[in-house]
Design a binder for this molecule. Structure first.
Ligand code: GLC
Ligand code: MG
Length: 694
């Protein structure tokens, strides 16, 4: 397989990359280099090729004028000459696109063998890729990196340029064979809000991170970089690394630092914000931000405890992460919105805890890695407080530092590359779904988390069952969103479901050819008396109840964390008092969902059985926790896996419920086999009765 990664802007080159040298030289470059290097190391990848624009601007590095830069044996960076030798940003880059595209098409025409797939980074590259697709038929995958829809919300005003960018992003989403996002927020909230988005083409691939490499030379270089600024360099360091743009809220961070007494007297603040010769150079936004930073430092008399070096190299930045961790400091990212937040993952590799914005992708990184505190970027005092508390609490700091180090280990570029290749294969040779025409004699409806996941060997045997029994259709019924459910099914090698019941039985999707079609009939059946805003308002001040992340709030599902089960009665009483019809579902001792009265996994199971024309006595259902309870009570062939949660233990007494000795998928399989044996025994008994009666 030959994969071509395409990116037009910024100073794209092999290491050493000078991040921040221009406004467009940001995190996507590390992403492309990491992705493509890992792809090039795979046996099934013949060539990993990065394509960008050639320019001749020695002050940005002579390498950008080179047409070819080999980075590793199967990894090459090619620069295409559009005819304009200048470095271009934004509008100018847009004006150059025609010429660039024509030059690239011509270059591709001269080749003996074309690439199999293009990975377009940003919407402008997707536009170029779409034209290449029209000429050569090469499909493309689109990675947005930073979507404008959220920028629109953050800035509050709608400029012409912003509107055009959003339209261009929507076109990219419409034309791409697949859209790749990094975080759940990006996949399920940001991308999903574009008109052309569809769940079956959005895929979450976690970018990799290189393990930390804190060589003494890097640490020494970092010390030297900040020494001129700081009176007492040994203090705990609050470190921020971000481009000098408004939405990164760096001025807010300085205000937070200045306003929190424990910080300015006992800590240092180190801000790495791009490269500059003077405060008054570069783009207008960069000048504004740098001047506002300098002004805030001056106004609050923060001399001696704030460093904001003018230039930095990659090794120096790594040295700073290491120094910040050694000093028992924190990494701060208070951005108004952060689409992903690679720096937060990087901080984890150094064992450096973080204080990060709860808006955007940073949210799920911090939840997944467990290495920090989330803050509201609007709440400047809250940012300062959170930083001080984390630095002051030794136990919390140690736990978060250890969590980051441990959990980040699973985020590797090798892993990313493996998933990317799998995605590429599914695009290049889509699996033909012929199984749809088989008449289904039975359906197996199963929860995912802890019912089918937990033991790979069991999951394998469970999947084998469906290969041997093609007349048994597999249906997923999960609390997760459709996007995450698909990821889990793929990761665990489970069979491709006929239908998906997701978000706690509030959404249903059916497989049709290679697409997923939402079940509109089910929406009509549950959507009638559903008033999510009124529900949220009614529950606002319940103690111990906090909302789950924004992307967990779905059209027909409101989700919370609840400290104890007593919340359920309280919530039910409040909803009743306001005549709000809804069901409250409690799982795993801390997750609480509110869904329409007619929704839930049980109702969805009945709907899906009708859809596939399978009688209810031929439906099996397996589960392990609270949100499975309704479906397990309703189903005549219910299975409670051995590892079930205490909140559903009472179901074990029901006649229709088989309690497995085994756990996880092996337990689900044990239950299916037991129910089938019972059916056969019943059938035999019935046949005997009939022959005796005759
Ligand atoms: C899944 C959902 C979550 C829900 C939980 C329990 O984990 O993502 O929102 O609360 O299931 O139903
Ligand atoms: Mg479960």
């Amino acid at each position: 397989m030959h994969i071509l990664s395409l990116a037009l802007g910024g100073c794209l080159r092999g290491e050493p990359v000078r991040y921040g040298i221009t406004e467009d030289t940001g995190g996507h470059i590390g992403y492309i280099l990491g992705e493509m290097r890992a792809l090039s190391l795979r046996g099934d990848v013949r060539c990993a090729e990065i394509v960008t624009r050639r320019f001749d601007a020695p002050e940005l590095g002579t390498v950008h004028a080179r047409r070819e830069e080999w980075l590793a044996p199967k990894l090459v960076l090619r620069r295409i000459d559009s005819g304009n030798p200048d470095y271009l940003a934004k509008e100018a880059l847009g004006a150059d696109r025609e010429a660039f595209t024509a030059a690239l098409i011509e270059e591709l025409r001269s080749r003996e063998r074309l690439p199999d797939l293009i990975h377009a980074h940003f919407a402008d590259a997707a536009d170029v890729a779409a034209r290449i697709q029209r000429v050569f038929g090469i499909p493309f995958v689109y990675t947005a990196h930073s979507l404008a829809m959220d920028k629109l919300k953050a800035s509050g005003f709608r400029t012409q340029a912003l509107r055009q960018r959003i339209e261009e992003e929507d076109r990219a989403i419409a034309r791409a064979a697949a859209v790749v996002g990094s975080s759940r927020d990006e996949c399920e909230r940001q991308l999903a809000s574009y008109p052309s988005a569809s769940v079956d083409r959005i895929h979450r691939l976690t970018p990799g991170t290189a393990p930390a490499d804190p060589q003494p030379a890097k640490i020494a270089a970092a010390r030297a970089l900040i020494a001129p600024f700081l009176r007492d360099p040994q203090r705990p360091m609050v470190l921020a690394v971000a481009r000098a743009v408004h939405k990164k809220n760096l001025v807010g961070l300085v205000e937070a630092f200045a306003g929190e007494p424990g910080l300015r007297s006992q800590c240092n603040l180190v801000i790495v914000a791009g490269q500059r010769q003077s405060l008054n150079e570069g783009e207008a936004e960069q000048r504004e931000v740098m001047n506002a930073l300098a002004d805030a430092i001056d106004r609050h008399d923060l001399y001696g405890c704030v460093a904001y070096p003018k230039t930095h190299s990659r090794p120096e930045v790594e040295g700073l992460y290491a120094l910040a961790a050694q000093s028992r400091g924190v990494f701060a990212n208070p951005a108004q919105v952060e689409p992903y937040g690679l720096t937060l993952v990087e901080a984890a590799t150094f064992g450096l805890p973080v204080v990060a914005t709860k808006i955007g992708g940073a949210h799920d990184i911090v939840l997944e890695l467990g290495h920090g505190t989330l803050i509201d970027p609007e709440d400047t005092a809250g940012i300062g407080r959170a930083i001080r508390e984390l630095i002051a609490d030794r136990n919390a700091w140690n736990a978060k530092s250890a969590n980051g180090l441990r959990n980040v280990r699973s985020m590797t570029w090798e892993d990313y590359a493996a998933r990317f290749v799998e995605l590429a294969r599914s695009i290049l040779a889509p699996a033909r779904v012929t199984a749809n025409c088989i008449a289904r004699r039975a359906l197996v409806v199963s929860d995912l988390d802890n019912t089918l996941t937990g033991c790979p060997e069991g999951a394998r045997r469970f999947s084998d069952f469906f290969r041997r029994h093609p007349d048994h259709g597999f249906i997923v019924a999960t609390g997760r969103s459709i996007g995450e459910a698909r990821r889990l099914v793929r990761d665990w090698g489970l069979p491709e479901p006929l239908s998906w019941i997701t978000s706690v039985g509030t959404e249903i999707y059916h497989r049709a050819e290679n697409r997923l079609v939402p079940d509109e009939g089910f929406v009509r059946a549950i959507g009638d008396q559903w008033h999510p805003r009124a529900i949220a308002a009614a529950l606002e001040d319940i103690a111990g109840l906090t909302a789950q992340a924004g992307y967990e709030q779905r059209s027909f599902k409101r989700s919370y964390f609840a400290e104890d089960a007593a919340a359920v009665t309280e919530i039910e009483a409040r909803l009743e008092r306001r005549s709000l019809e809804a069901r409250v579902i409690y799982s795993h001792g801390n997750l609480l969902d509110i869904v329409p009265r007619e929704a839930g996994k049980g109702a969805a199971l009945a709907h899906v059985a009708r859809h596939h024309d399978v009688p209810l006595d031929r439906v099996f259902a397996a589960g392990d926790s609270g949100n499975d309870a309704d479906m397990l009570s309703l189903c005549q062939n219910a299975i409670l896996v051995g590892n079930h949660a205490p909140e559903v233990a009472a179901l074990a007494g029901l006649a229709n419920v088989y309690v497995s000795r085994r756990s996880h998928a092996a337990g689900a399989l044990e239950g299916i086999i037991a129910h089938r044996a019972r059916h056969r025994a019943d059938d035999r008994a019935e046949a005997r009765d009939r022959s005796e009666a005759a």
